[in-house]
Write a new protein. Structure first.
Length: 454
């Protein structure tokens, strides 16, 4: 607030004041010009009409009659602002209430403007607007109107207009400063809250006044963004803990196994077993990192470059055939059903990997003798739905949303094999294809549905 005059808001306010002042000046100038132009047009129309009427009356009259009729007309209209002058063929004054011939070029049918001294005792000059009519015998009649009243109005309006401009400018400045200070105050609240959050108070949120204005909308969006960042940071902390746990266990086993093997001379077969177990643990670690790299690649959008026309029916058929031996080994049953137009633009490798993860989870968690069902269907060719269902233990409803997060596993003790990345990969693959993933109750068991908008 101390440097308000340096802020962009203040500059906008100054610009607004300048534009307001200029627009007011233009409006007043326009009204001033149009008002008096209309008055001039009315007076000129009245003078033209009177000049034509007097010209018809004075036509075909003797010089004496012209003088008499004009004087009678002037006497019959006392207080009239009309100005009259009758000249003979030599340009000499014959009659009228104008004592001196105006020192301007007198052209018949055209309006002329001149000033004359109405009262010899004063030096005031009166403004006259007049026209001329040619009469017979070379006589000329000048008919005009005294502009004294209009000139006086103009003199009075000008200072009033100047005061109006000054008042409008002052009001504009006050309104601009008020708005600038108000906007700066609202922005300062947001900036101050942002500094507090930057300094470490991550639970602080932007204040909303409840007015529903743009600043409230901005505060709402910022708060939503902060909530999202806070949740992501919490998720990252949880993922970090899970990664550390998942990596520590196999690494500890590998070290212990190799350390024990080095304590004494052993047969080659025991060394072979140690190396085989070590390779198995290494494969689990590589699988974890490969899954993380795949998820990161999908989320970055790089995999979109490999989009082609994919036959989802063929993807389902090939993947199901791949897992049929494992299903038979576990005494489980696997059924497949495909219907509708299942061609879509996508990444075939990622779709295979997503379906493989779903089948792997179903085979792993469903008991022996369980039934697994893979369904792929198209609704009006717009939405393609791929689902995998089993009649195993399922996932509790309150845990389903969390199950889609990375390194989340139902087996909290992590005694069973897996990384907790399967459903996370399925979700990012669905999102990359413009779809969503839902977990539903299969009564019994779990049904995972991936909807893709083709």
């Amino acid at each position: 607030m101390k440097n308000l005059h340096r802020s962009r808001i203040f500059r906008y306010a100054v610009a607004y004041t300048g534009l307001f002042f200029i627009s007011t000046l233009l409006v007043l100038t326009f009204l001033y010009a149009v008002t008096f132009q209309i008055s001039d047009n009315k007076i000129e129309a009245r003078v033209s009409h009177e000049a034509q009427w007097l010209g018809e009356i004075l036509a075909d009259c003797s010089e004496f009659e012209k003088v008499s009729r004009l004087n009678f007309h002037i006497a019959d209209h006392p207080g009239n602002l009309g100005v009259y002058l009758l000249l003979d063929g030599d340009g000499k004054r014959l009659a009228g209430n104008l004592d001196l011939i105006p020192d301007v070029e007198l052209v018949s049918g055209k309006f002329i403007s001149f000033f004359h001294q109405d009262d010899p005792d004063t030096t005031a000059l009166l403004h006259v607007r007049a026209t001329l009519v040619d009469l017979d015998s070379g006589c000329t009649l000048l008919v005009g109107n005294n502009y004294q009243a209009i000139d006086q109005i103009k003199k009075e309006i000008r200072p009033a207009a100047a005061w109006a401009l000054g008042i409008s400018f002052a009001l504009g400045v006050m309104v601009a400063v008020f708005l600038a200070r108000r906007l700066a105050r609202r922005l300062e609240i947001i900036n101050r809250t942002s500094r507090t959050i930057f300094e470490g108070n991550l639970e602080r949120r932007m204040i909303r006044t409840g007015s529903g204005d743009e600043f409230d909308h901005l505060s709402t969006n910022l708060n939503r963004m902060l909530d999202r960042i806070f949740n992501l940071m919490a998720s990252v902390r949880g993922v970090t803990d899970n990664i550390a746990h998942d990596l520590r266990s196999p690494l500890s086993r590998m070290r212990s196994r190799m350390e024990v093997a080095l304590l004494a001379n052993r047969p080659c077969e025991e060394y072979r077993e140690v190396l085989a177990d070590t390779i198995e643990d290494t494969d689990r670690l590589l699988k974890t990192f490969n899954s993380l790299l795949t998820i990161a690649r999908v989320e970055s959008g790089a995999a979109r470059a490999d989009f082609t026309l994919v036959d989802l029916k063929q993807v389902v058929t090939d993947t199901v055939e791949l897992y049929e031996p494992v299903v038979e080994e576990n005494d489980q049953t696997l059924q497949m059903s495909c219907s509708g137009h299942l061609e879509m633009n996508g990444n075939a490798d990622l779709l295979v990997q997503a379906l493989a993860n779903l089948l792997d989870n179903a085979i792993k968690y469903a008991p022996r003798g369980a039934a697994i069902e893979v369904l792929a269907e198209a609704a009006d060719g717009v939405i393609i739905m791929l689902s995998v269902a089993d009649n195993g233990p399922g996932i509790p409803e309150h845990f389903r949303e969390k199950a889609l997060q990375r390194f989340t596993r139902l087996d909290a003790s992590r005694t069973r094999p897996g990384q907790g990345l399967g459903l996370s990969l399925v979700q990012v693959v669905a999102q990359m294809h413009g779809g969503t993933v839902h977990l539903e109750d299969a009564n019994p068991g779990l049904r995972v549905i991936m909807k893709i908008h083709n």
